[in-house]
Design a protein around this ligand. Structure first.
Ligand code: KG4
Ligand code: ZN
Length: 346
């Protein structure tokens, strides 16, 4: 019946959660707004914001859970992968707490935690299951044999799916992070209006860099075709007008292509490995189009599909807590000399 306090600080969300026996009592997330004006996460600013946020975020997580520090049986934190300056803040905070409370420390891998977010609800997938983890930094198909035994069977060879959403959004003049905005505009649009290419990559690997280039040329050509002459300023203006007039259809078409790239590979892996429990995880699993298409795929093929609640899709400490819960049961503790790492599980 362990009570766990978990901390996540790998990128630009400072989060703390409290779990009791694998049930999440609180999952408090502070999103750092400072990065939007720069069009992406600025590592130095992220570390500073984590430093400012961490005490109040942990405090609120404890208050919401109704627990106090003395109730905690173990302190968990994200050890890798992530921005090193961001990871350091959570790691050192967790180590200090573990030392002062004299309770075990549990180091958690962020990618493993995204997968295990699927074990938070009462209705859980059975082992082995396949998980499509799609975030801003990763796109992986993972064969999950137990909470601690995972194998990457496919991954992106260039951009991650979230990066593809964000870069395409940037080409459309949308602010960072553009993924949720593409999702929003796509709801009003026709995804069959514009056709973007599907890359031919062997096995279960993905590639998204070609899509970004295809959209770049598509927008440039749309601008040119509206002007009929080589006038850069007029072409640029026409391109902006074209985007404005067709934003919903472009977003829906981009989103549809990203989803088909993801689900075609995921479905191939499930068929080949004969696995019938399928999960999605990571920030992009918050995408409403992906959630709908994934569920429909499961219904059509007779597979059970699992999707974490929204709050457990993007970066959050709830998923760190559930992973730490299973590590606690296996007495998989860390020493206070453990260091965070920018890379890992890749
Ligand atoms: O897992 P996450 O919160 O952080 C990383 O570990 O990367 O994922 C963030 C990514 C961003 O690229 C963001 O644009 C994308 O997830 N994302 C979405 C949606 N919500 C977040 N992409 C598409 N549709 C969404 N609704
Ligand atoms: Zn993440």
């Amino acid at each position: 019946m362990p009570t766990i306090l978990a901390i996540e600080s790998s990128c630009d969300e400072t989060s703390a959660a409290v779990s009791v026996d694998g049930k999440i009592l609180s999952n408090n997330i502070a999103t750092q707004a400072v990065h939007a004006q720069y069009g992406g996460v600025v590592p130095e600013l992220a570390s500073r914001a984590h430093l400012q946020n961490i005490v109040p975020v942990v405090d609120t997580a404890l208050q919401k859970s109704g627990k106090i520090l003395q109730d905690i049986d173990a302190v968990a934190f994200t050890q890798a992968p992530g921005l090193i300056g961001s990871l350091l803040v959570g790691a050192e905070f967790a180590k200090s707490l573990s030392l002062s409370l004299n309770k075990p420390l549990i180091a958690v891998n962020h990618m493993q935690a995204h997968v295990l977010a699927n074990l938070i609800p009462d209705k859980k997938p059975g082992f082995p299951f396949l998980c499509l983890t799609v975030s801003g930094g990763h796109t992986q198909i993972i064969l999950c044999k137990s909470p601690s035994k995972m194998e990457i069977i496919g991954e992106t060879i260039d951009d991650a799916a979230g990066e593809a959403f964000d870069k395409c959004a940037k080409l459309l003049g949308l602010p960072y992070p553009g993924g949720p905005l593409i999702d929003k505009y796509a709801k009003e649009g026709n995804g069959d209006r514009f056709e973007f290419p599907e890359p031919r990559i062997p096995g279960y690997n993905f590639s998204f860099s070609g899509l970004k280039t295809a959209i770049l040329y598509f927008l440039m050509n749309a601008g040119k075709s509206l002007v009929y002459k080589e006038n850069f300023a007029a072409t640029e203006a026409a391109q902006q007008q074209f985007i404005k007039d067709n934003l919903a259809d472009i977003c829906a078409s981009v989103q549809k292509r990203i989803i088909t790239i993801l689900l075609n590979k995921f479905s191939k892996a499930a068929t080949d490995l004969n696995i019938k429990d399928l999960c999605i995880a990571g920030g992009v699993s918050a995408n409403s189009g992906l959630r709908t298409a994934f569920t429909a795929m499961g219904e059509q093929k007779g597979w059970q599909t699992f999707i974490p609640e929204f709050q457990y899709c993007t970066d959050n400490a709830g998923m760190i807590a559930i992973t730490a819960h299973y590590k606690f049961l296996e007495k998989d503790f860390s020493s206070l000399t453990i260091q965070p790492m920018a890379r890992g599980f890749e």
